[in-house]
Design a protein. Structure first.
Length: 271
């Protein structure tokens, strides 16, 4: 079993408050013995991995960041945690994949053979998920936008859903009869995108500003003249999760992609 989670917020100084609002609504920690988190601090990508039995008391204590990506999974015995645990990173990009793919070694070989040489060298692990990430990066590189921090979120989302179609093609070429499970999420710290090509649901939620925060000691009735109250009321976030525990979430349609830009504008694009 595996699960992914991602949050993109308008106020990095309140990211821990936003994570606290949703952490009990998602099923992440019970989804696998290995957990990974990715975030940004001063435009530097930070990764942290928790293996089996490692305390996770600081799991939700992200730095002051616009974006957080988390992934839970069970790695095969003898597999390197550092090389195979998600999310994956290359330069400013973070990426995670959730979903089962039949004949992963054969699919991985197909994807690897289609990559440019420098992206082949980037893949260090043995899972099929990392070549999926590299396939997405290859689409960006083809347009000369891989390191473009002004990349438009809708364009990035379209490339992510194209990546999912390329994975489906690789599965068919590898003799896989059924559909692969493809929930994909990526961020460069300036945007967040997600895509679903899977019969299993992928959910997202819009968090509007709320001036009640147990973490900050804010209770109902606070005045906007108080800076902390005003900051909480203005903060907005978008959350994506593969496993949720309650209602109030929207389901991303099968075959579509989600694009969230720097201004927290949200678009859903058909595949």
């Amino acid at each position: 079993m595996s699960a992914l989670f991602s949050l993109f917020t308008s106020d990095p100084f309140l990211v821990r408050c936003e994570l606290e609002r949703v952490r009990r609504q998602v099923d992440l920690e019970g989804a696998g013995e290995v957990l990974g988190t990715g975030s940004f601090e001063d435009d530097v990508v930070l990764l942290k991995h928790y293996g089996a039995g490692v305390p996770r008391t600081d799991l939700w204590e992200a730095p002051e960041t616009d974006a957080v990506v988390m992934h839970a999974s069970a790695l095969p015995p003898g597999t390197s945690l550092e090389e195979n645990a998600q999310p994956f990173r290359l330069r400013q990009w973070l990426f995670a994949h959730h979903g089962k793919i039949e004949r992963p070694d054969a699919v991985r070989e197909r994807l690897m053979s289609a990559l440019p040489e420098f992206l082949q060298r980037m893949v260090r692990g043995s899972t099929v998920s990392e070549p999926i990430f590299a396939t997405f990066l290859a689409q960006l590189r083809h347009l000369g936008r891989m390191e473009d921090m002004k990349l438009e979120a809708p364009l990035a989302a379209q490339l992510l859903i194209k990546t999912a179609r390329l994975v489906e093609q690789a599965c068919a070429e590898a003799g896989v009869a059924g559909r692969p499970g493809l929930h994909l999420v990526a961020t460069n710290g300036r945007l967040m995108i997600a895509a679903r090509r899977s019969p299993d649901p992928l959910h997202y939620r819009l968090l509007e500003g709320e001036a009640v925060c147990a973490r900050c000691g804010l209770e109902a009735g606070g005045k906007d003249s108080e800076p902390l109250v005003r900051e909480h009321r203005l903060c907005r976030s978008v959350v994506v999760a593969s496993q949720i525990k309650n209602g109030g979430w929207l389901e991303l349609a099968d075959g579509s992609a989600l694009a969230v830009d720097r201004k927290l504008s949200v678009q859903v694009l058909a595949g």
